[in-house]
Design a protein around this ligand. Structure first.
Ligand SMILES: C[S@@+](CC[C@H](N)C(=O)[O-])C[C@H]1O[C@@H](n2cnc3c(N)ncnc32)[C@H](O)[C@@H]1O
Length: 212
């Protein structure tokens, strides 16, 4: 009898299609539904290891793609990878010179689970808030943001915070999410921007030549 993984049809499909994990299909579903990535967008992906979202992003845009994770991300052609903690400001500062204009910030980051539900929920929300803070500091006005979150305590407060910064923010649960998981994505479009951010990014366009 096979293991739980070998019985997982989505995982088997991912292996066949050359993706590093089943998570690839979550981003593909988000893209099919909300068109968050355009073909010249520059993207920062937070919590990107092992890299299946980066593989999908590389297929979707000719722009710059940067992935950050606490864990090493095995190389992907024409993708910049950083091993680091995106909640630290020096990681953001390391990204800035690489990204003249950031159109999309994605976060599939999740904390290591302890099994203690309330504690894990609080840490997941905190990580999402850090992803939002990162996005606020680097996104160009009009940019898009996707963040993984978990339904439960403080989720509604978190989505309200996201709504404060974007013209629209919706929740989406991809079909490829495991049954029983409380995981849910917030898909936010059209970053409103902040005064200082708008000023520094007012000449920012999507026409930057990417590596492809
Ligand atoms: C579900 S995995 C991401 C899968 C990825 N989207 C893919 O498609 O391969 C979640 C990742 O979040 C990362 N992570 C959690 N907290 C982080 C932090 N503060 N900074 C960077 N990465 C973090 C973990 O190391 C883990 O690799």
């Amino acid at each position: 009898m096979g293991s739980q993984w070998s019985r997982d049809k989505v995982y088997v499909r991912a292996v066949k299609e050359g993706y590093r994990s089943r998570a690839a299909y979550k981003l593909r579903e988000i893209q099919e539904r909300y068109h968050i990535i355009r073909e010249t967008d520059n993207i920062v992906d937070l919590g990107a290891s092992p890299g299946s979202w980066l593989q999908v992003e590389r297929e979707l845009t000719a722009g710059i793609v940067v992935g950050i994770d606490l864990s090493y991300i095995p190389p992907i052609e024409n993708v910049i990878t950083i091993t680091g903690d995106f909640t630290h400001s020096h990681t953001l500062e390391a990204v800035r010179p690489l990204m003249p204009c950031t159109s999309v910030v994605l976060s599939d980051a999740s904390p290591k689970l302890s099994g203690q539900k309330t504690y894990d929920q609080a840490r997941a929300i905190e990580l999402g808030e850090n992803a939002l803070l990162f996005a606020e500091r680097i996104l160009k006005p009009g940019g898009n943001f996707v963040v993984k979150s978990f339904q439960g305590q403080d989720f509604n407060t978190f989505i309200c915070r996201v709504r404060d910064h974007f013209l629209s923010a919706r929740t989406f649960r991809p079909h490829s999410t495991r049954k029983g998981s409380t995981e849910i994505y917030i898909v936010a479009k059209n970053f409103i921007g902040r005064e200082w951010n708008n000023e520094s990014l007012k000449n920012c366009t999507n026409e930057t030549e990417g590596p492809l």
